[in-house]
Design a protein around this ligand. Structure first.
Ligand code: ADP
Ligand code: ADP
Length: 230
């Protein structure tokens, strides 16, 4: 599985805000690494640099040894699946069309996209016969989150980035979705970086936990067991 290396990664926004100040971190291939820390400490900024939605001001992100700033943008979309809070589904597109976003970008033929979409909806527990023609507003929050997860997995990425994926869901459904995520982890063993501010979630889902403070300073990097033993 593909490792991710953050090497003295730095982001200063144009207004002078130092969001990330020289963060170095090795994420082992196949692991779920959780970034946890207070609101505003730079977690989302780190993910956005890995996904190349924004450019670093310094340092490097290596995905499978390759510098993402040198990677072809379309190929990067294929390599990295991205799940965000509130999902960001396109409201005027059906579930099927939403899930097919990245495959369409990659120019897959229609039959292959349809088959893949059905397979993924089945995987995330939304039988396509019932759900593929629905629009996002016809789904519950938890169902939308599952569609977002299916969309992120559509082109079989090697890396999954998840930014507060469960925090917009009510507490009961959150627990169920977390359990489902663990179940899917067995089926799809991808290098994952998950951002959260919820310690319970970090301990439940993470293989390793990076505890960050302001400016994404790395305070601790440990397994859940090591962290709880302290
Ligand atoms: P977190 O995900 O941990 O809540 P963020 O990465 O969103 O933190 O933000 C880190 C810091 O960068 C915060 O101080 C935030 O206000 C600031 N920030 C985020 N985005 C921008 C931006 N586009 N321009 C200026 N400052 C920003
Ligand atoms: P935005 O305009 O929301 O900042 P983009 O234009 O890059 O982001 O992406 C459009 C939509 O595609 C967003 O809803 C985002 O969640 C999703 N998306 C972005 N990157 C990826 C990716 N690598 N894989 C899957 N979906 C992605």
């Amino acid at each position: 599985a593909t490792p991710i290396t953050l090497d003295r990664l730095r982001k200063v926004y144009p207004d002078g805000t130092v969001a990330v100040d020289e963060l170095s971190l090795d994420v082992d291939g196949g692991d779920v690494t959780v970034l946890i820390g207070p609101s505003g400490c730079g977690k989302s900024t780190v993910l956005r640099m890995v996904n190349r939605l924004i450019e670093p001001s310094g340092g490097r992100v290596l995905v499978g040894g390759e510098d993402v700033t040198r990677a072809d943008p379309v190929r990067l979309r294929r390599t990295i699946g991205y799940v965000i809070q509130n999902v960001g589904l396109f409201p005027h597109q059906t579930v099927r069309t939403n899930v097919g976003t990245v495959p369409r970008m990659l120019g897959w033929d229609r039959k292959r996209i349809a088959e893949r979409t059905d397979e993924l909806l089945e995987l995330v527990g939304l039988p396509p016969g019932q759900y593929s023609g629905r629009y996002p507003h016809e789904l519950s929050g938890g169902q939308r989150q599952r569609v977002g997860f299916a969309r992120a997995l559509a082109a079989d990425p090697v890396v999954l980035l998840m930014d507060e994926p469960f925090s917009a869901v009510d507490p009961i459904n959150r627990g169920r979705l977390q359990d489902e995520f663990l179940r899917l982890r067995e089926a799809v063993r991808k290098t994952t970086i998950l951002v959260t501010h919820d310690l319970q979630e970090a301990v439940k889902l993470g293989d390793r936990i990076a505890v960050l403070s302001d400016h994404a300073h790395l305070e601790q990097y440990a397994t859940p067991a090591e962290l709880l033993a302290k």
